[in-house]
Design a protein around this ligand. Structure first.
Ligand code: FES
Length: 106
């Protein structure tokens, strides 16, 4: 199974193997990353699942749709590497993906 690495604000890293087809947000929640609140459960209407994608990976992800772009406006500290983790479906091609949990999520 492919692996994703979550870099936390305290400098630690949590790595998780994920079944392809699962939203990244669910993987984060399953491995106990409470800073990914995911208040809306993945409906793209809360922005509490905001992550920064490692620059080496950002162009390998599918483009954002309009709903994700609109909702990201409600997240704090948005930059060019920001994505909503509920909108990113994990897959074999993303094996080794690195994302950082923004400090503003804590
Ligand atoms: S979980 Fe609410 S927007 Fe992602």
């Amino acid at each position: 199974m492919p692996t994703v690495h979550f870099d936390l604000a305290d400098g630690s890293r949590i790595s998780a193997k994920g079944k392809p087809g699962i939203p990244l947000m669910h993987l984060a929640r399953d491995c106990g990353i409470e800073a990914i609140l995911a208040e809306c459960g993945g409906a793209c209407c809360c922005a509490t699942c905001h992550v920064y994608v490692d620059p080496q990976w950002i162009n390998r992800l599918p483009e954002m749709d309009e709903d994700e772009q609109d909702m990201l406006e409600f997240a704090e500290g948005v930059n060019q590497f920001s994505r909503l983790s509920c909108q990113l479906t994990f897959c074999d091609k993303l094996d080794g993906l690195v994302v950082r949990v923004p400090e503003s999520q804590y």
